[in-house]
Design a binder for this molecule. Structure first.
Ligand SMILES: [Zn+2]
Ligand SMILES: [Zn+2]
Length: 139
């Protein structure tokens, strides 16, 4: 099994298991988003990797509920257990998925932080990874 972005056939799910995820191949490693929308929705921050839609299979999609926090993107979560699973830019051919929903071993790695200017005031970012005040051109 190759590591990181070339890892294949990974699975994940929401907390209750009604929504299941299968990823054939990763498109981008994990980025931490500290924007206010992600903080409010998750209670802390988002840690999301990215896949091409052609490499993503979702089972139990009927259980997904969508919320558009902005005109640019929507957020998918399980309508039974509330797990945030998906962040999707409108019209994009790729999908960001929450790393915490994936089953171990994920072969994923946190590689940086975005919207650090909006981060909560109760924690520090001192892991030495690249920090971007805005999107950093990543999303
Ligand atoms: Zn669920
Ligand atoms: Zn965010």
């Amino acid at each position: 099994m190759p590591d990181n972005n070339t890892a294949t056939d990974k699975t994940g799910s929401c907390l209750c298991g009604k929504v299941k995820i299968h990823v054939a191949k990763y498109n981008r490693d994990v980025v931490g988003c500290h924007c206010q929308q992600c903080r409010k929705q998750t209670g802390h921050m988002v840690a999301a990797f990215n896949v091409l839609d052609s490499d993503l299979t979702i089972t139990g999609e009927d259980n997904l509920k969508w919320y558009a926090a902005s005109d640019d993107a929507k957020r998918g979560f399980c309508d039974t257990c509330g797990s945030m699973l998906i962040w999707k830019s409108n019209g994009a051919d790729n999908t960001s998925l929450m790393a915490g929903c994936m089953d171990s071993p994920t072969n994923l790695k946190l590689v940086g932080h975005i919207f650090t200017a909006d981060k909560g005031d109760y924690y520090e970012l001192d892991d030495g990874l690249p920090q971007h005040e805005g999107t950093g051109g990543i999303i």
